[in-house]
Design a protein. Structure first.
Length: 155
């Protein structure tokens, strides 16, 4: 086998992204930020209640941040993988040759922020196999998957 054939047989990563925090839910981000700022200011004026509000806002931000950082969509020249989890991992992979449908869902505000939900299904399952919400540039994911399906001749 030649070097060029060996290199073409390797799996190459084409896209890797975590869901967005601010772009996916700007209103929630702003409201939680206001709660955080109000809690700090309130902590000075009304010590117990302001610090409670600050603590709640910090817990919400930490949970939200961990959720986004523990979810990753990876598109390679061979397939699409969704990884979830920090300490324990859950992985779901779908080969491009098996993909039958790629759906992009965007609300009005998600369209403005250029984020959305990517749903990918195969012919072997009745439901969506991979779904991830809040992915930046969701149409790029769709375009990459379709290009790889055409390369494989499965479109």
């Amino acid at each position: 086998m030649s070097t060029q054939e060996a290199n073409s047989a390797e799996e190459v990563e084409l896209f890797r992204e975590h869901p967005a925090m601010f772009k996916n839910q700007p209103a929630g981000f702003v409201l939680n930020s206001l709660l955080l700022i109000g809690g700090v200011v309130g902590g000075v004026m009304y010590p117990p209640w302001g610090f409670i509000a600050t603590g709640i806002a910090l817990i919400v931000f930490a949970q939200w941040w961990l959720k986004t950082k523990s979810t990753t969509i990876i598109v390679t020249n061979e397939g699409t993988t969704i990884e979830r989890g920090l300490l324990s991992k859950s992985t779901n992979e779908l080969w491009h040759s098996d993909v039958r449908n790629v759906q992009i869902q965007q609300s009005f505000f998600q369209r403005i922020m250029n984020v959305g939900t990517v749903n990918i299904s195969s012919g072997g399952q009745a439901d969506i196999e991979i779904t991830v919400n809040g992915i930046p540039n969701p149409h790029d994911v769709h375009k990459i998957i379709e290009e790889q399906r055409r390369r494989l001749g499965t479109v």
